[in-house]
Design a protein around this ligand. Structure first.
Ligand code: GUN
Length: 294
């Protein structure tokens, strides 16, 4: 079967170009440049890469960005003080605290100390609650990016069976709510699977749309997929490779080579969900600057 790539790199570039145009119009009208700030604790390699991508995306669309680096020995109180400064800083429209944090810091407490009006990651319980009941809210970037990507390829979700593997607060849980919501990009029947799900394969084989967000490299194999399904791969795993210059290669939660020939559409890793996630953060920041949510 011929499959089509859901090209997140291409679509994210189109969306960034649209946003860049809008920002240049805003500036021509004398409005302020949107400003995204990020707090990065420590020097975790993956977090460094993600934050660098976010800063680069800001440059591409004409946003101001600022990066606040803190040592990985920073106390919870000192981190909350930095957050409170950003909450009050009128020049900053939105900000994120890159996760994960050192394990002696409570991520829940940190997220709750962010002003929901500046929580462009959409992680604060107020935003999660508002999203859940369909009120305007900042929506978590990865689920929003997946919905935008499917929408741009005109993939119908209404009445379809979407199976999500993974129940994280950042991806699986919000995605299950958004896809089942009564809206143009929802109206799906959703099954949320996780590590305790029994007969996983029987369930995934029923999926019209299968979303792998379990964080296990190449977890989804061809025997788990219904022919013609749409496959969304949220995983990012760095593996050693002697085929690339960098010595590393990225793999997803899906065994791409054997699954792709079975499906109608599939996201690659890299170049699928990842770039869409960054674009969602940019969209949320623009919405914050335009006061569209609050
Ligand atoms: N770590 C992994 N994904 C994310 C994300 O979307 N936002 C933040 N702040 N940290 C992350």
């Amino acid at each position: 079967m011929d499959f089509q790539i859901l090209d997140g790199k291409l679509i994210s570039k189109q969306i960034k170009d649209e946003i860049a145009e809008e920002v240049s119009q805003m500036i021509k009208r004398g409005q302020k440049q949107p400003h995204l700030s990020a707090i990065l604790v420590g020097n975790d390699g993956a977090s460094e890469t993600y934050v660098a991508h976010k800063v680069k995306a800001c440059e591409q669309v004409g946003f101001k960005s600022s990066l606040i680096r803190l040592e990985d020995t920073v106390s919870e109180e000192a981190l909350i003080k930095e957050i409170e400064k950003l909450n009050k800083n009128n020049d900053v429209n939105g900000f994120i605290v890159q996760l994960p944090l050192p394990n002696y810091i409570s991520e829940d407490k940190i997220i709750e100390s962010i002003d929901p009006k500046k929580d462009v990651d959409g992680f604060h319980p107020v935003n999660v609650g508002r999203m859940t009941i369909g009120l305007p809210a900042f929506v978590s970037a990865t689920p929003q990016g997946i919905l935008d990507l499917m929408n741009r390829y005109k993939i119908e979700t209404s009445g379809k069976h979407c199976v999500i593997i993974g129940r994280s607060n950042i991806v699986g849980k919000p995605l299950s709510i958004l896809l089942s919501q009564k809206s143009d990009i929802g109206n799906a029947t959703v099954t949320l699977c996780h590590s305790r799900t029994q007969n996983l394969k029987e369930i995934t084989k029923q999926a019209d749309i299968l979303i792998a967000a379990i964080g296990v490299k190449e977890f989804v194999t061809k025997d788990m997929v219904k022919p013609g399904a749409v496959i969304i791969d949220v995983g990012i795993h760095r593996v050693k490779s002697d085929q690339t210059k960098s010595g590393w290669k990225l793999k997803g939660d899906v065994k791409f080579d054997e699954v792709a020939p079975l499906c109608s559409y599939i996201t690659p890793v890299p170049g699928g969900v990842g770039p869409m996630t960054i674009v969602s953060l940019i969209k949320n920041t623009l919405a914050a600057a335009k006061k569209e949510v609050y």
